[in-house]
Design a protein around this ligand. Structure first.
Ligand code: MSP
Length: 649
């Protein structure tokens, strides 16, 4: 069938922030999307699988600055550089049809037009933003949304932000979005609907700040220089610009939009199920058919970003165990819609149990027996079936239907469980039929041939349905069992393998791993001392005006006395000459860095117009200035020739 006659299927992954190396958690969603895309292709769809990178925002600008390169160079290194995102997807055999970078010119120009269209419509207006901003998540929060004063998504500190900004009338779309979530299957799994409606919509949906002026690494608002488009607006529209929406680079928007499904991690469901449909409503564009919010891979119940003793680098894991084993493990071990605990131990046990023992053994024993008893080619003579075949052949015949049901609801783990139930049954069938006993009597050959055929055919159906998960392994198995057809139709009917098929032996598909030894090796890998890294630059603060700066009184002071504060490991107590004639007392938390005698008589700088505050029961009138980065700190010290009382200007 020609592509234009086929049914279309458009699936996307979130586009990745190229700010850090991708870990196995990032790989999870892309592997799942790839499995779904391959499954749909197997089903005869014309598939568009989009992935890419989300390259703008303050976090990238800051990282690039710390690295002393431009933001573009910074993202280029991570996306196209050695062992970058593109290399990782190639290694993981990700069959994406299109890769978008939000720094691509066509996307930038399209986002400008989209922003202008919403502005012209009156859905974007100019105002002033005051609130909190989480730079790592590129998210704005109101005070009431913070959890214990921290970002509710990532738990990190937020910075106060105040700036002139454009706002999107999110509140205007609260009701239609609520209806969408509660009355349709737009968002799945259903558990996420409740969270979105209760925590965000019913808690009061405020208009969304959609431009920034305190940094420049973003899509410029072309009708108001100085503003860049909020990175999430820029990012979300990638799903449409990558098809040619408001640009000439591609022209399949009509064919593929609306998307059939966006796969997204649970922490970005809010953006995809509230902000995204609201903006599409504003643009009067069709809504995606579904957003599926998958769970997270966790380490010891916590975030994966710090490796905590497990190797989480997909490149290392794929090199050690093979790409297909890693892909399989991810989708076999964790229910897609919920969180799962990742560990190297679990990975090794999954490879040993399912792949080496069950699948690997079934294939190698079957092929070896066909070679041993029939010289590699099954005879075409009349074969003898027996009653005891029916359980296995029944399971193999019914497999595609059960598998389809699970795949259509994104239950990868269950789909694989169905396949492995059949693989297990086939291994049991070998033991029940004991081909090595049948082989002793020439009269049993027709029966022995039937047993071997049933095994090979079961292997064909199972390997055929494993194609979306382990494409290279499935292909290799088909080669070994001599299968010529393994398209969807042939997998739905038992008996698709030629009667006189010829098998080919090969090395173990999945060699057994000595778990104890391997875990020791991984531990050694992890114990390698990390390259000493410079402490990252602190996040930039929002700009202040010159008048605000002038309000800070910075005075040169001479240290008259300095001593440790009793019962405090941190504090030093200073008496200072600040030029007024009255000694000033300041307490400063720098005892870890200086002995009192090192500072006696020195000329320092203090902020002298702060209100007095009590520390360990003693009054402190001001603050001594020091410079700090990571675990290094030095007080600001001047030449002794500068008189006490001089002001810093
Ligand atoms: N750039 C945004 C997405 C914009 S889409 C218009 C983003 N990028 S990300 O790089 O931070 O995350 C990409 C995806 O990886 C997200 O779906 C996120 O949930 C997923 N994962 C990151 N860590 C993960 C795990 N430990 N486990 C599973 N997926 C996780 O968000």
């Amino acid at each position: 069938m020609c592509d234009s006659c086929k049914k279309k299927f458009y699936i996307t992954t979130p586009i990745y922030y190229p700010s850090d190396k991708l870990h196995i958690g990032h790989t999870y969603c892309t592997v799942a999307t790839d499995a779904m895309a391959r499954y749909k292709r197997l089903r005869g769809y014309d598939v568009m699988f989009l992935t890419g990178t989300d390259e703008h925002g303050q976090k990238i600008e800051t990282r690039a600055k710390s690295a002393g390169i431009t933001p573009q160079q910074f993202v280029d290194n991570i996306v196209t550089g050695e062992k970058g995102v593109l290399d990782l997807w190639k290694l993981m055999n990700i069959s994406y049809d299109r890769f978008i970078r939000t720094t691509d010119d066509y996307h930038v120009a399209a986002v400008q037009k989209i922003f202008k269209k919403m502005y012209d419509k009156g859905d974007i207006y100019k105002g002033k933003y005051t609130g909190m901003y989480c730079t790592p998540c590129e998210s704005f929060w109101t005070e009431s949304q913070l959890k214990d004063g921290k970002c509710p998504d990532c738990g990190r500190d937020c910075q106060p932000a105040e700036e002139e900004a454009y706002f999107f009338k999110l509140s205007k779309y609260a009701q239609p979005v609520r209806d969408l979530l509660t009355n349709t299957d737009f968002l799945e799994p259903k558990s996420r609907v409740h969270e979105m409606v209760n925590n965000f919509i019913d808690a009061g949906l405020e208009d969304l700040c959609v431009s920034r002026t305190s940094f420049t690494w973003g899509v410029p608002v072309d009708f108001d220089p100085g503003h860049v488009v909020y990175v999430w607006v820029d990012a979300l529209f990638n799903y449409t610009t990558a098809l040619g929406f408001m640009n000439d680079k591609y022209d399949d928007y009509k064919d593929f939009w609306p998307a059939d499904v966006h796969f997204v991690g649970k922490e970005i469901v809010r953006f995809h199920s509230i902000i995204w449909p609201a903006m599409l409503m504003s643009m009067e564009m069709p809504l995606p058919k579904k957003v599926y919010g998958h769970g997270w891979l966790l380490l010891d119940g916590g975030k994966m970003s710090k490796s905590k003793g497990n190797v989480v680098d997909p490149q290392i894991l794929a090199d050690r165990y093979g790409v297909d084993a890693l892909r399989f493990f991810l989708l076999r071990s964790f229910p897609f819609g919920s969180d799962g605990n990742f560990s190297n131990e679990l990975l090794i046990s999954c490879i040993n149990t399912d792949l080496a023992n069950d699948l690997g053994n079934l294939v190698s024993r079957t092929v070896a027996m066909v070679q041993k008893y029939f010289g590699g080619t099954l005879p075409t003579q009349q074969l003898i079936s027996e009653e005891m075949d029916s359980e296995l052949t029944g399971m193999a015949s019914a497999l595609s239907e059960k598998y389809e049901k699970q795949m259509e609801s994104y239950a990868f783990q269950n789909a694989l469980a169905e396949i492995f139930a059949v693989i297990s049954r086939a291994n049991k069938y070998i033991d029940e039929n004991a081909p090595w006993v049948l082989a002793k009597d020439e009269a049993n050959r027709p029966r022995l041939a039937k047993v071997m055929y049933n095994l090979l055919e079961t292997v064909r159906i199972c390997a055929g349905l494993l194609q979306p998960f382990m494409p290279a392994t499935a292909e290799e198995i088909m080669r070994r069992i001599g299968a010529e057809r393994y398209d969807w139709e042939s997998l739905c009917v038992y008996g698709g393998l030629k009667a006189d098929t010829t098998v080919t032996a090969g090395s173990a598909l999945f060699p057994r791993i000595d778990a104890a030894k391997e875990l020791e090796e991984l531990e050694k890998l992890n114990a390698k001392p990390e390259e000493p890294k410079e402490d990252p630059l602190p996040e930039p603060l929002p700009p202040i005006c010159f008048d605000d700066f002038c309000k800070v009184e910075m005075t040169v002071v001479k240290v008259l006395t300095c001593e440790n504060v009793k019962k405090s490991e941190k504090l030093l107590k200073f008496t200072l000459d600040d030029g007024t004639g009255t000694p000033r007392q300041i307490l400063s938390g720098i005892a870890k860095y200086y002995k009192p005698e090192e500072l006696l008589g020195k000329t320092l700088v203090a902020v002298t117009n702060l209100p007095p505050r009590k520390m360990m029961g003693q009054e402190s009138c001001g603050m001594i200035l020091s410079a700090e980065r990571g675990d290094k700190l030095q007080v600001v010290m001047l030449d002794d020739s500068v008189p006490a009382g001089a002001r810093l200007v």
